[in-house]
Design a protein around this ligand. Structure first.
Ligand code: SAH
Length: 390
């Protein structure tokens, strides 16, 4: 049976040849197709463009899987998973902590796989991938061995796509809690709890880099989640750390991590709204040799950009004022819609208003196991600047 056909509107095809997203507004018509099924994409003249997984429900209704005239079936997906895993294999071994498959950047739009020691966590972001979960996991196990697999779908994304988010073990049960090692730091992960698939693996390399500036410092870790940055800083010789976080689950994770790393006597976490706490700290006159600012995405959509810019400026201005002379600020934005240029422009304005002179020590991005696809700018979403108060 031939797969159903999706015909693009005139002029919409050149863009999709380099970018795998097709929105409803790009579609002229589409034949009868089961949600989540494979469609053949053609241009207005009926010429082949590619094949992708289709879902009539979300505005982003089709993600291209291949630009070649080949079947999008088990064999192709299996090959893509094997390639993604091979890319991350170094000296014949796979890292025990990190991302194994990253959606569009690995040619598997809608699929994320992370490894946490003995466990693989699978996140399906599209209906097309969720329907194929068992086959994808069997391909994954072929590539990395017979590991227990936890499904950690995001409820919001699943609702958008119209499937029930799975947040449980797929078949074989694994440990509900593991302790992973990230450099010299131990971090606890409870499957099914917390954000992302358990940890912010995209910040893994940055946590190590930023800790290199921590020795002897008082550290402020704002929007700390389970205090990964603070633990790294303390293990690297920081004098003390203050974390700001609002999520009770994250705060209890932070306390566990302080104990695991034997730094609880030098660490403190303030539960509450980091915006208020930053203001309060500023007024109190407390100053820090290292400040980490890693807020959640303030801009979830393009229309929220202005409000997001104000939010970023506000927290950055406070953070800059909290720097001790010679202090270092690691500031991040993970909003897809805020470009690196826009983010740096906001930081410049904040520095101007704060009256602080800052030197750029480094520009940071997501960990290398979250690769960037050149033609898919959304795959470069984490922007960071490491600044030195002079
Ligand atoms: N730096 C962390 C990741 C931070 S993610 C790491 O390396 O693991 C952003 C965090 O900000 C989340 O844990 C979220 O719960 C928290 N958060 C969101 N809004 C907040 C607010 N207004 N005040 C304090 N914390 C907030």
């Amino acid at each position: 049976m031939k797969p159903p056909v999706l015909r693009l509107k005139r002029g919409r095809d050149p863009r999709v040849r380099v970018h795998p997203w097709i929105f409803k507004g790009d579609v002229a018509d589409v034949s009868d197709v089961e949600p989540g099924a494979v469609v053949t994409i053609v241009d207005v003249a009926g010429r082949f463009v590619g094949r992708g997984l289709y879902n009539p429900r979300p505005a982003l209704c089709c993600r291209v899987v291949t630009w070649r005239d080949e079947a999008v079936g088990d064999a192709l997906l299996r090959r893509r998973i094997a390639v993604a895993v091979a890319r991350r294999t170094e000296h014949g071994a796979l890292p025990t902590l990190g991302r194994l498959v990253w959606s569009e950047a690995d040619g598997l739009p809608g699929l994320v796989v992370d490894r946490y020691g003995p466990v693989a966590v699978v996140q399906c972001l599209t209906l097309g991938m969720a329907l194929r979960r068992r086959d994808l996991v069997s391909a994954l196990r072929e590539a990395i061995g017979d590991v227990p697999v936890f499904s950690a779908d995001e409820p919001g994304q699943a609702t958008l796509e119209g499937f029930d988010p799975a947040r449980t073990w797929l078949d074989e049960h694994g440990p509900d809690h593991v302790i992973v090692e990230e450099g010299a730091v131990k971090i606890g992960v409870t499957f099914g709890q917390g954000h992302k698939t358990g940890l912010y693996l995209d910040q893994r390399e940055n946590r190590l880099r930023v800790a290199a500036h921590a020795a002897g410092c008082d550290v402020l870790d704002a929007f700390s989640y389970t205090a990964g940055f603070a633990c790294h800083a303390l293990v690297a010789g920081a004098r003390r750390a203050v974390c700001l976080e609002s999520s009770p689950e994250a705060i209890s994770g932070a306390h566990e991590n302080f104990k695991l790393n034997d730094v609880a006597d030098r660490a403190r976490i303030v539960a509450g709204n980091a915006f208020d706490e930053l203001r309060r700290l500023d007024r109190s006159g407390e100053r820090f040799g290292l400040v980490v600012l890693d807020p959640p995405p303030f801009a979830r959509g393009r229309d929220a950009l202005d409000a997001a810019a104000r939010g970023y400026k506000e927290v950055n201005l406070r953070a800059m004022r909290l720097l001790a002379p010679g202090g270092v600020l690691a500031t991040f934005s993970c909003s897809h819609h805020v470009s690196a240029e826009m983010f740096e422009a906001i930081c410049r304005e904040a520095a101007g208003d704060a009256g602080v002179s800052l030197r750029v020590l480094d520009r940071l991005t997501q960990s290398a196991d979250h690769p960037e696809a050149l033609t898919i700018p959304e795959t470069r979403y984490l922007k960071g600047v490491l600044l030195h108060a002079v």
